[in-house]
Write a protein that binds this ligand. Sequence first.
Ligand SMILES: Cc1cc2nc3c(=O)[nH]c(=O)nc-3n(C[C@H](O)[C@H](O)[C@H](O)COP(=O)(O)OP(=O)(O)OC[C@H]3O[C@@H](n4cnc5c(N)ncnc54)[C@H](O)[C@@H]3O)c2cc1C
Length: 621
Amino acid sequence: MLPSINLIARTISFPSLGNVDAVVNPDKNIRNARIVEYPKQALYFIASFIALVSLCHFFSLGYRYATRNRFSDVQRRDRILLSRLPIALVDTLRALFFRQTIPIGSSFTLNLAELCLILGYLGVLFSWTFVNSTSTTGLRADPQYYADRAGRIAASQLPVVIALGMRNNIISWFTGVSFDKLNNLHRISVRILCILIWIHGGGRVRPSYMYGLTQWLHCGPVAGSALSLLVILTIRPVRQRNYELFLLVHFVLVLYFIGVRRLPLFIHKVRRVPYYGWPSMVMSGLERLLRLIRLVVYNFSYFNPFGSNDTKSQDATVDVLTESVLRVTIHRPSHFHWRSGQSVYLSFPSVNTYPLQAHPFTIATIDEADEGSFAEKRLIFIFRVRNGFTKNLMHVASPDATYRVFINGPYSSPPLLVGYNTVLLIAGGTGITFTLPLFLNLISRAKRDERPCQKVLFVWAIRRAEHICWIEDILMPALIGIPSSTEVAVKIYVTKSEKDSEKEESSVEELDPNDSSRSQRIGRVVDSEYVSFTSGRPDLQDMNQREIEKASGRMSINACGPHGLGNTVRKAVRTPRLMDILRGGPTINLHIEKFGSVSIWIWDGNQELTLQLVVNTRWGV
Ligand SMILES: Cc1cc2nc3c(=O)[nH]c(=O)nc-3n(C[C@H](O)[C@H](O)[C@H](O)COP(=O)(O)OP(=O)(O)OC[C@H]3O[C@@H](n4cnc5c(N)ncnc54)[C@H](O)[C@@H]3O)c2cc1C
């Protein structure tokens, strides 16, 4: 027996073979050594993966900045250009991994990259949990080996899981993946952690009976149950029944799980592996501190005790645009800066149901708005009214009132539109709040002679022509003085026919009968040489195909709006085009922005239905 123990001990460089305990129970020391080493190795592996993605991100950013003014003039030809093989391969991989989706249930889809990421994460954690778990007596998958290791590996992942769920997200800063998309991974990783915790618990049942239940053994099932309850609450239909309540319960359960002093996990295990528990708590604390600092800095007029009496200077006004759309305007603090397409969390204390309630909304204006323009000193938001806070705001909205509002941000990682020959911006309804700032930014750079792209096509599908007034004040000034070096087209599709509009129970007319200037304002947009109005739904598949056929170099397609719109755009570009790119066709970067829960327009049917549906957010590639 002893020679084989010696062999194992040598293999893992175990230093204390002389220990009597090791001779009596040779497995114990081997197990303990692996319990310390394997979680670290799993953590290093995950950290290396994040570092690799970050490197790719920075390399891609650097490359695009370096080549931002070099527009490709390669034209399509019959001959294959082998020099284009690397970019053609990258584009093909993008099409396969990010644009092919797999339906999970009736309302949830994953793309191939997400699926690989989840399976990869599961594979890594499970491999390190179960590898080398045969005891010296030959018992395979010995619970004494894997059970504690599973618990320790779960604990080691806490910093990663918590980092994925943050708003001020360090992983997002490095990888360029938006915080709301990382939030999906946060939820999935918590579920995987929960499985590990129960593997740990299951493996500890027998020893607990044999050696009796100590205090910390009692705490294990309690901490595991808290985590399991949390996992159940994160299931989409449950979570979305009352999002605010979910956040509150989530906070309490996480505190309970991770370890306020004397609470379960702390007593049970984190106390024994402090190097995993404390970093999570410190990170979480720092993130909240950063939120607080931002809150004070960007809302200083509300906090400043020595400021002028005019604390209303930052208050919001709320305009009811339709029965389900609001426009919120806030005077921007002069020191608040953001990137086009970023979002902020807004909190309206007088409308909130819960204290500290805040909701994310995308800023429809840009930081570098033209001097003297309507948008220059304003943060403008377009809200789709849903069932919670937005509904309450709709009920209290009055043209004469102003509302105290706290802004916190900016957050999210919108695409950087640098170095593209052609940019397509496609929005449906309130999705305009994401594509409009991207468009304004391109135009503003074009006016500054930065030549951001050769062509920009801005497509917006709206129910009624009057909806153009949602953004007209912001859009019109931008359309003046565009240099001829940038080709610009704004295509507005009005999807409801006159007949349909008459049937509507509530319309813009009914909401604001005195607005006599509306028709004039629509007229102003029509007058612009860049704008065209079309009746009916856009054929996005066909439009994308035609633009791809005309384009060369790099092309960026960005879409935001109903679920069906995103799917149609994705469908149009999901077939790999290796040969086309080798012959000079454009490479494509696709970004689909979704706002968590959306209304669907069924684009392909005869009738346009609106359903409330739950979807996942996705990566932009
Ligand atoms: C980065 C980002 C940018 C967004 N930008 C816009 C925008 O410009 N215009 C717009 O109309 N909507 C936007 N949304 C969606 C918007 O945040 C939600 O519609 C809004 O919070 C719903 O509030 P409610 O209480 O009325 O919703 P409820 O009816 O209570 O819930 C509807 C759904 O909204 C989501 N939601 C609710 N509260 C939150 C929250 N605090 N954080 C995240 N999601 C929440 C949940 O998925 C929920 O199921 C954005 C979302 C994100 C993540």
